[in-house]
Design a protein around this ligand. Sequence first.
Ligand code: ACO
Length: 416
Amino acid sequence: MCSVVNFNINGYHYKLPIIYGTFYEKAINISQLRENTGFITFDPGFKNTGITKSSISFIDGEKGVLLYRGYPIEQIINKCSFIETSYLILNGELPNTAQLKSFSEKIKKFNSIHKEINQILDKIPNFYHPMGILSSLTYILDIFINCLQEEDMYLHLLAKLPMLAALTYRKKVGLPPSHADDHLDYISNLLKMFFSIPNKSYEQNPIISDALNKILILHADHEQNCSTTTVRLLGSAHTGLFSSISAGMSALWGRLHGGANQAVIEMLETILKNGGNITKWIEKAKNKKDPFRLMGFGHRIYKNFDPRARIAKKVAENLIKKLRISDPILELAKNLEEKALQDSYFIEKKLYPNIDFYSGIIYQSIGIPKDMFTVMFALGRLPGWMAHWKEMKLNRDPIGRPRQIYIGYKKRNIKN
Ligand code: ACO
């Protein structure tokens, strides 16, 4: 294996070191490029830029592989709970029984929200999008939580984010605030906090808990995506964890990123409302003069099936079958997927369904409203964001500060 690349610029010879990863993915280390040659690289959207070395998750986009700390997603989904997965992602190893018990107990210790947070939430108008609310409240939490131990910050967030999400949902649908139930596991508690009705006992449905557990696991980490990179970038400026996570949520909200789950269902509903003519919408997505894109299709890294989408599709089918609900949206999604995957445009551009193509169907079947889908995604992505923030600090990554090619005016003078 080569350890350097040789190249010439304007007759001068240079060498740059090569870095290899675990699976021999390779990078040219250009950190001295400008100093030695005067050149920078130009890579809008960071399509070819590695910003760090990381050991949290690994994606092989050509083969459709996703590993969390070395474990294939297909194994984790069948053998782990979301909270075990969170421990794995944060700490690097799966917990043993005692570690899992202690981790879960410690999270429960922080299962409460300051009354001032509730008062702030009360003042926020109901028409405001839940992602904006969650991001703002996460930022505000920083004022109230003073952690002596860094590990406690992670536990606070794991405990409090589901509470904030549930409070936001309940306020919107006119239900009084709910409280955490320390007797329940993480997922059951989350469901109860969302859906319990005053003076009625809340009955857990294992089919729903299982689906929620699985979809949150699927979201748990995905290497240097837009929101995770946002969290790392803020952290690199020594911004605190809560503010960094709040910024990550804002990035996730975008419709090209996590906001796609809401956009997918809205798109499917529109197609259905307009007669369900799939071919017409596929043609629209292919037309370069039309801004419409097939939401839930395509991915920067996956040029093959997104393994999360395969699993999410099965979870959605299973959930709908077991709940005995008929969902025309699922049928439409499956037909749309089939048609798009046979179309030369999607084949040539290697556009496959991504996680968001089926995740909204799962959330909708659970009873989560559309504008809360991305909030659920954020709850799932939380361990990943925290692990990257932690790793960024341990690695002592330098402050993130890209360069640019200036194409504005040359120096000029203001006329008197
Ligand atoms: N529908 C139609 N055409 C598409 C789609 C789509 N969903 N996605 C990509 N393309 C086309 C582009 O127009 C482009 O065509 P061109 O080469 O002729 O210009 C080509 O495929 C490559 O697409 P890019 O936008 O350059 O790819 P990029 O890696 O920058 O973007 C992205 C990836 C943002 C996910 C894109 O595929 C997209 O917009 N998808 C729809 C939104 C979506 O589902 N987002 C969720 C992603 S998963 C997640 O973040 C959790």
